[in-house]
Design a protein around this ligand. Structure first.
Ligand code: ARG
Ligand code: ZN
Length: 877
């Protein structure tokens, strides 16, 4: 087998031939589906005449092929592993093909496959080539007409993109529906679903008064789990009209829930296909976090209808054009309908944990990569989340009104086209008059920029000098970096008043908060008229995706924790304060010295617990300790055991010192209201469960009794899951085991709940967990073929159970590598994702490095899919 080859951005050329209209007919059968295609093909006007035609195709058996009705002879075309070549074709012609495919054998879940007895598709990025021979690239946009033929009992429902135009009965117990999608689209937005599905229906009237039918299609047993997704969809549709002026453009919008799905969901035109975990909710089966994630994903996919579908990507290097913008849009939506500061805190703490790690590791890549082997490997936190941070910076650089004008211009100018990131940024530059050329480096430079900040107060002159310097560390393939244009939102907090001081810079008065534009390697800002020593509050709201260092004292952090006007920075000050304490404790653990808790952290927590606050959601965030993964990101070398021990020590010290306060906090946030996934209630439950978690960390008798009672809560999974997790992760197996057993029996019929049951068990920090992981992998309800189960069990173990995954006997690594090797054959995309923790070996001690590398080498010795090959090559490079 030859080594997979890389594709380069610099080699982009328009296709030699494009398709303007696509007619498809599917004759569905699980193991032998016939796909008949009639493609209206023409030479691309920008390419020369006489080029051979080359269409992609993967695992297709060709039955028939004709050009303008003439069947081709065997020597007139060629089919290889990657597609079809016809050396000579007319300028404009009809291409007819008939292929046979095997959806039942498709465990990769790309193209057409069978999930729980139903047919469904996933075509982004390159799944359509597993359906028919096609120029399977996003810059080829065609109108589609799709006829789906299926068995009336096995597949009573037959769906595709657009509007149904014809349907009828066929001999042999079969029937058909023809769908027409009038909007030209790339093949990656094609979708088909067929099976025994039932729907929940609603309506939406658009801003111009058009009536849209909304449908959510699910398996019959899930009909009671669609309310929240439907409500979220309607809110998202309204929000996009009000916020971006974007209206829906078809008569119907459909969502389908499928059980086997590689990602969260997919924005196929008019027919979004969702991982059931990203759409189904019920108070008794889904946690608050799941409700909020469904809300965000439903909105995300809906927003793609404009940012992605109406205006799409020229090539896959531009993936962040649609994903970064759409993530920014869904984050803004969730912020608007929930607590904005909390949404920001959640997004940033996830970003600084997971994206920072990616950007610092061997698979670091720019938001617009310049080459890839397997594009499926680039659906990353960098493309999505860092891409969203870049759009957010643009929004702040331009101001909302101007940014919105830029967005309007972008949609108007490029509607129906496949475009580039420059096209987007150019619109923003045009409406604002800003020079964004330096800003564009955010798209081409990988790595997290580091800002070092230094402040000095000059009493005599009443001046405050703030010096900022920036540096982006080298990343694979990019040794040298150039300075970026970094917006630093900041204020100076008066040490006596606790208020933001008036800012004057170069004689210009700027109000109480400003955005500094750091463009050089080093810049000094002199604020005048500062009549008392200030504490700087920098990078408010995380105004740029950078690592900020400032030598804050613990006193300054305690001060900001109370006084910073920016909620986000108040939270961040608390995190930094706790991090300083954790650093000391990690060092103490490593050196075998007695651990002593910093009393300033206890005081800060006491203040949080005893000061009345309206914003319970922010309070819950403030009370939450940084995760082990986040702490690890802050260390030069990761010592998993010391981090775990230090964090447990902080939790227990706080619980011991503030036991009564936590109990009171728990008590004050209980409620008898019937469950609703509303922000206020969600915040109360969070505060209550965070408080209980502290109490459970010392296995306080009252805490244990509260948790034991809460496990039986009838009305919501949030409380049940929180309590069950605390018990299972404690030493009280006398209570935990019967509770786990009862839970497992009660929910054996519901895969999404059983996935939570897996996760709760494999994240248990105790040493015996590896046996449990292996036992659960053999459980009848577990299957490597279902990505949700793989994530719930293997993914959760490797990412959230750091002490056990990184065991010094290497058993955790071996287990993951075994899974990667098996998944490499079954589902390469999932294999290449689940391998991630092993690729981060550089961050650990030598012994672990050697063990991790040995497992990577063992994987490399296999016959690998391009997906896993690329990940392993980059990890070992
Ligand atoms: N465009 C989808 C979304 O972000 C993700 C599809 C990714 N598919 C894949 N096979 N990697 O909403
Ligand atoms: Zn997306």
């Amino acid at each position: 087998m030859s080594e997979p080859q890389a594709t380069h951005l610099k080699d982009y050329l328009p296709p030699a031939y494009r398709v303007t209209h696509t007619e498809l007919k599917f004759d569905l059968a699980p193991s032998a589906t016939t796909v008949t295609a009639r493609l209206h093909v023409e030479r691309h006007p920008e390419r020369e005449a006489g080029l051979p035609l080359r269409f992609a195709g993967d695992k297709l058996s060709l039955v028939r092929i004709a050009v303008d009705g003439q069947t081709l002879e065997a020597d007139e075309y060629e089919v290889d592993d990657e597609g079809l070549t016809i050396p000579s074709v007319p300028e404009r012609f009809l291409l007819d093909t008939e292929v046979s495919i095997d959806p039942a054998a498709n465990t990769a879940l790309e193209g057409l496959y069978v999930s729980s007895g139903m047919f469904c598709t996933q075509c982004e990025p390159q799944g359509f080539r597993r359906i028919t021979f096609y120029p399977d690239r996003p810059d080829v946009m065609a109108t589609f007409s799709t006829t789906v033929v299926g068995d009336k009992t096995e597949a009573p429902v037959l769906l595709s993109n657009g509007n149904p135009v014809e349907s009828g009965e066929l001999p042999g117990g079969r029937h058909f529906v023809t769908w027409e999608d009038p909007h030209p689209k790339p093949s990656y937005l094609f979708a088909l679903v067929a099976g025994k599905l039932e729907k929940v229906e609603d309506r939406f009237t658009t801003m111009s008064g058009r009536d849209v039918t909304l449908q959510i299609w699910v398996e019959p047993e899930n009909l009671d789990k669609t309310d929240h997704a439907m409500a979220s969809l309607k809110r998202a549709m309204r929000w996009d009209e009000e916020t971006y002026g974007r209206e829906y453009d078809l008569d119907r919008f459909m969502i389908v829930a499928v059980n086997d799905f590689n990602m969260g969901a997919m924005e196929n035109k008019g027919l979004n296909i969702f991982n059931s975990a990203a759409v189904l909710t019920h108070p008794q089966t889904a946690t608050d976090a799941a409700f909020q994630s469904v809300e965000g994903i439903v909105a995300h996919e809906y927003f793609h209808n404009w940012s992605g579908n109406r205006v799409t990507c020229r090539d896959w290097f531009q993936l962040s054009l649609k994903e970064g913008f759409t993530v920014f849009r869904d984050q803004s939506f969730s912020a608007d309908i929930n607590s904005a500061p909390v949404k920001r805190i959640e997004d940033v703490s996830f970003f600084r944990t997971a994206q920072f790690a990616e950007d610092a590791g061997p698979t670091a890549h720019p938001v617009r990569p310049d080459h890839y082997i397997e594009i499926s490997n680039f659906y990353t936190l960098t493309i999505y989340e860092k891409g969203a941070e870049i759009v957010r910076m643009l929004r702040h650089l331009l101001g909302w009104e101007t940014f919105r004008q830029g967005s309007d211009l972008y949609f108007a100018r490029f509607d129906g086209q496949a475009v580039t990131i420059e096209d987007f940024v150019d619109c923003m530059a045009e409406v604002s008059g800003l020079d964004l050329s330096q800003f564009m480096r955010w798209y081409s430079q990988a790595g997290t920029p580091e800002i070092d900040a230094h402040g000095e107060y000059d009493y005599a002159k009443c001046e405050y000098h703030l010096r900022l310097s920036q540096r982006t560390p080298p990343t694979p393939g990019q040794a040298e970096k150039q300075p970026l244009h970094i917006p630093v939102r900041m204020g100076l907090v008066g040490t006596k008043s606790g208020n933001d001081m008036a800012l004057t810079l170069d004689g210009e008065s700027l109000g109480h908060e400003t955005v500094l534009h750091l463009r050089d390697t080093e810049q000094t800002y002199v604020f005048t008229g500062i009549d008392e020593a200030p504490t700087p509050s920098l990078l408010r709201g995380f105004s740029a995706p950078v690592y900020l260092r400032y030598p804050y004292s613990r006193e300054e952090l305690s001060f900001l924790l109370t006084h910073d006007a920016d909620d986000f920075n108040r939270w961040d000050a608390g995190q930094r304060l706790t991090m300083l304490a954790l650093d000391d404790l990690i060092a103490a653990h490593r050196n075998g010295v007695e651990k002593v808790m910093d009393s300033r952290v206890i005081d800060a927590y006491r203040r949080l617990l005893t000061t009345e606050t309206d914003d319970k959601a922010v309070l819950a965030e403030m009370l939450t300790l940084p995760s082990e993964a986040y702490i690890a990101e802050q260390q030069p070398m990761v010592d998993v055991d010391a981090i775990h021990a230090a964090r447990v020590f902080v939790k227990q010290s706080l619980a011991t010192a503030l036991r009564d306060e936590f109990l009171a906090m728990h008590e004050a946030h209980r409620s008898d209201e019937p469950y609703a996934p509303e922000p206020d209630q969600i915040a109360r439950r969070r505060v209550k469960n965070v408080a209980l978690e502290y109490l459970m960390s010392i296995e306080d008798e009252e805490g244990v009794a509260l948790a034991e009672a809460q496990v039986d809560a009838e009305d919501n999974m949030t409380d049940v899951r929180a309590a069950l997790t605390m018990l299972v992760h404690s030493s009280r197996s006398d209570i935990a085991e019967p509770a786990l057993k009862a839970f497992g029996e009660k929910w054996a019929h519901d895969p999404l709940v059983m996935n939570q049951w897996f996760t709760i068990q494999v994240t248990r920090p105790q040493e015996d967990v590896l046996e449990r992981v292996k036992y659960l992998m053999a459980h009848p309800l577990f299957s490597l073929k279902n990505p949700n189960k793989v994530r719930a069990l293997i993914g959760a173990f490797a990412a959230q159970n750091r002490v056990n995954f990184h065991r010094l006997d290497g058993e955790g690594y071996r287990l993951l590598a075994d899974v990667v090797i098996e998944l490499n054959r079954l589902n390469p995309e999932i294999a290449a994702r689940i391998i991630t923790p092993l690729t981060r070996w550089q961050r650990f001690d030598e012994q672990r490095q050697a063990l991790m590398k040995a497992e990577l080498e063992r994987i490399r010795a296999e016959e690998l899919s391009p997906n896993v090959f690329e990940m392993v090559e980059r990890a070992l490079a």
